[in-house]
Design a protein around this ligand. Structure first.
Ligand SMILES: [Zn+2]
Length: 232
């Protein structure tokens, strides 16, 4: 009798917890909620902009769950599993990231509702987690834009692309200019270079010789070759 009850109790418990999990899963994606959960990742989404587009919010949430787990898997399995997005009228810029927090300027999305891969760039910064970086800022930003180029879900819709090479550029320009240089290194010199670069930045062993160790060529040699034949 006792074991029967226990058995029944266990059975009921397991059924009801399974139902509860399903209910959470469904309600998490009604997009009205500010807490979303999927496969071990949690996204908190808050906004103080009353008129922030529900469609943009939905796309940002979807972009997070599409891109972030892949970046964690590929670049840093210890990255935060719980992330906070805040749409903040007090913030002026496009977006900024610190630890597991990303703040977005609602005015940017009002003007550029298709620019969803801002999310991809910003969440890569969470994955990078270089802390007190020993590397220059332009590599950090170049990697984040390279990741946007490679993992972005709708760069075309955001009217975002890598610029063609010009002789006005320097590798240290950061963002898209550096991103294109990294894409060229991946395509023409050694694939996996960005992953290797991310690793030395994460473990604080980066120095100017890292380029040679990773690709077989110094940074200046790479840029010189890139400037002569920049096709991807
Ligand atoms: Zn950035």
């Amino acid at each position: 009798m006792k074991s029967c009850l226990l058995l029944a109790g266990f059975f009921i418990c397991s059924v009801s917890s399974e139902a509860a999990v399903n209910a959470t899963r469904d309600s998490a994606f009604n997009y009205e909620s500010n807490r979303f959960e999927k496969k071990g990742y949690v996204l908190h989404f808050t906004s103080n902009a009353a008129d922030f587009s529900a469609a943009v919010k939905k796309r940002m949430v979807d972009a997070f769950f599409t891109v972030y787990p892949k970046l964690v898997e590929d670049f840093n399995r210890d990255a935060a599993k719980e992330v906070y997005f805040k749409i903040d009228t007090a913030y002026h810029g496009v977006a900024a990231t610190g630890r597991g927090n990303v703040v977005y300027d609602p005015r940017w999305f009002a003007k550029n509702p298709g620019d969803i891969d801002v999310v991809t760039h910003e969440v890569m910064h969470i994955v990078q987690a270089y802390g007190r970086s020993v590397g220059p800022w332009w590599i950090t930003e170049g990697i984040a834009d390279y990741i946007r180029f490679k993992y972005g879900i709708d760069n075309e819709g955001g009217r975002w692309k890598l610029p063609e090479y010009t002789d006005q550029q320097k590798y240290s320009d950061g963002y898209r200019v550096t991103a294109r240089f990294l894409a060229w290194i991946e395509a023409r010199v050694k694939d996996g270079s960005v992953k290797a670069l991310n690793k030395v930045l994460r473990d604080h062993s980066y120095n100017k010789d890292s380029w040679k160790q990773i690709t077989g060529r110094s940074l200046d040699e790479l840029w010189s070759a890139y400037s002569k034949d920049p096709a991807l």
